[in-house]
Design a protein. Structure first.
Length: 162
């Protein structure tokens, strides 16, 4: 189920027609590409994203830091990123950010700074499309945000414990 307001949203490779998802409980969900197929029973966090031509099955949960990339398929009852680190399906690649020191995209795992510096050569070597490289750059920016948020929370916890 989705609201009727359609506009465009940039999922990382330029703006495309998209809309906000309406969750089964009536709350506002995240952005969904108009070409995606999303079951009405899907819960999509307001910060979650579902890209072009993706399919998300019945009763799936797409959390705050999760991104379902273009052409990805998420099965019935799947649970992506409720309170977990950023995760995404970017074309043919699965991506997970565990920390600044450990970001995995496809079968490669490197520190976040290394990814920023070498994304073009890694993408070329992996045979990634321009869109997949652009979407991975966007994912890396989400990782930066998530890491900064976690570092701030940890600093607050240390300050509160003193």
């Amino acid at each position: 189920m989705s609201d009727t307001t359609t506009t465009t949203y940039d999922f990382g490779a330029g703006p495309i027609p998209a809309h906000r998802h309406t969750n089964p409980d009536g709350t506002k969900g995240g952005w969904v590409a108009d070409s995606a197929t999303v079951a009405g029973t899907v819960y999509l966090h307001v910060d979650g994203k579902i890209g072009a031509d993706a399919r998300v099955g019945d009763r799936a949960h797409v959390g705050a830091w999760a991104r379902v990339g273009a052409w990805a398929h998420v099965g019935d009852g799947a649970d992506l990123g409720k309170e977990s680190p950023p995760q995404a399906v970017i074309g043919r690649f699965v991506a997970l950010c565990s920390s600044r020191a450990c970001v995995t995209v496809g079968c490669q795992q490197h520190p976040l700074d290394y990814w920023h510096e070498h994304i073009d050569s890694i993408g070329l070597e992996a045979g990634a499309t321009e869109w997949e490289v652009a979407a991975t750059r966007h994912f890396l920016s989400l990782c930066e945000d998530w890491c900064a948020m976690r570092e701030a929370e940890q600093a607050d916890e240390k300050g509160g414990a003193a």
